[in-house]
Design a protein around this ligand. Structure first.
Ligand code: SF4
Length: 323
């Protein structure tokens, strides 16, 4: 369970509860009985460790994040260590978490913390938001989960739970909007400790019970108050505007295949462009059932990885290595 030390409030407005709306205490009580024992929730976890766990968890399932986070923290426990780490080594440990630009942003973030904050992650919202790779969600998560503060923490899990239970919709709109923020703020308990407890509890409810595809409403502490359940679980009104997260055959898969080959290179030795093009082409060939493979895809994968700083070449593209 998360420990939530009491510190001063951030200046978010407090709104009165509306009779009959879902109770935050019911979700907090459910969390206390069902929370997973995640390593970054244990007492003694530093704010920096919380930040890394949140960055890793944003687009990756928690089962894959746990071993990577533990290995990462063993090697680079704080910003000072990560700031000096070789980029290739960081990308190797990032491994198969996906979206590896997050790893580069974490290095940049660590360097900023060292250069601008004497190596200590700030606990001020604006200072957090000014760090590379730290957005509204990550900053809120650090304030709530590491410092026990009252902050808006709106990830996809929380947005989904609130869209259903309070908004009566199957899923939230594709992009976070003002009405959602106001809804979340309305439910946020007034005091720091309870607000932080609520933030982790509602997130856990979305991860374990109110899941995207198969919400287990019978196990939900809000089943008696949920607007979506009461309305008969109507369909997703935003379905037409939603982008599907394809993988097979995409440039993202082609880039992942190149990165995997370079991570596996013995002693970080460079790999010839031809071999990497063949690796990347496997993404297109897997999509061939839906049409001919895109002949430009392998070259595009190498070019965009180079532009993103995720791979490097010393001889104008004949061989490549991790940076
Ligand atoms: S009752 Fe079902 S849909 Fe409503 S919040 Fe609970 S799990 Fe989600």
């Amino acid at each position: 369970m998360h420990t939530v030390p009491a510190v001063a409030s951030v200046p978010l407005p407090v709104e009165p509860a509306v009779p009959g709306e879902p109770s935050t205490q019911a979700v907090i009580a459910w969390y206390d009985a069902h929370a997973r024992d995640l390593p970054w929730r244990r007492p003694g976890t530093t704010p920096w460790e919380v930040l890394v766990s949140e960055v890793m968890s944003q687009q990756t399932p928690v089962a894959r994040v746990i071993p990577a986070w533990q290995e990462w923290m063993r090697r680079w426990p704080g910003p000072a260590e990560l700031a000096q780490a070789p980029t290739a080594e960081v990308l190797r440990v990032w491994g198969r978490l996906g979206y590896p630009r997050r790893a580069l942003r974490l290095i940049e973030c660590a360097r900023s913390v060292v250069e601008q904050h004497d190596g200590v992650l700030p606990d001020d919202l604006d200072a957090l938001l000014a760090l590379p790779g730290v957005g509204e969600y990550t900053a809120g998560a650090v304030l709530a989960f590491a410092h026990g503060r009252r902050a808006l923490v709106l990830d996809t899990n929380v947005r989904r739970v609130l869209a259903r239970a309070v908004g009566g919709q199957a899923l939230p709109a594709p992009n976070l909007n003002r009405a959602e923020r106001e809804r979340a703020l309305h439910l946020l308990p007034a005091d720091d400790a309870t607000a932080a407890h609520w933030s982790v509890a509602v997130m856990e409810l979305g991860a374990l019970v109110c899941t995207a595809r198969e919400p287990d409403c019978t196990a939900c502490p809000w089943r008696g108050d949920c607007a979506w359940l009461a309305a008969g679980r109507p369909v997703d009104v935003h379905a037409g505007r939603r982008r599907t997260q394809a993988w097979h055959g995409t440039d993202r898969q082609a880039r992942g295949l190149v990165m995997a080959r370079l991570r596996e290179a013995v002693d970080g030795r460079p790999v010839e462009a031809g071999e990497l093009v063949a690796c990347a082409a496997r993404a297109g060939s897997r999509a061939s059932g839906a049409g001919a493979p895109d002949p430009d895809q392998p070259g595009r994968a190498l070019t965009t990885l180079l532009v993103d700083g995720l791979i490097a070449t010393d001889d104008d593209g004949a061989i490549y290595r991790l940076p």
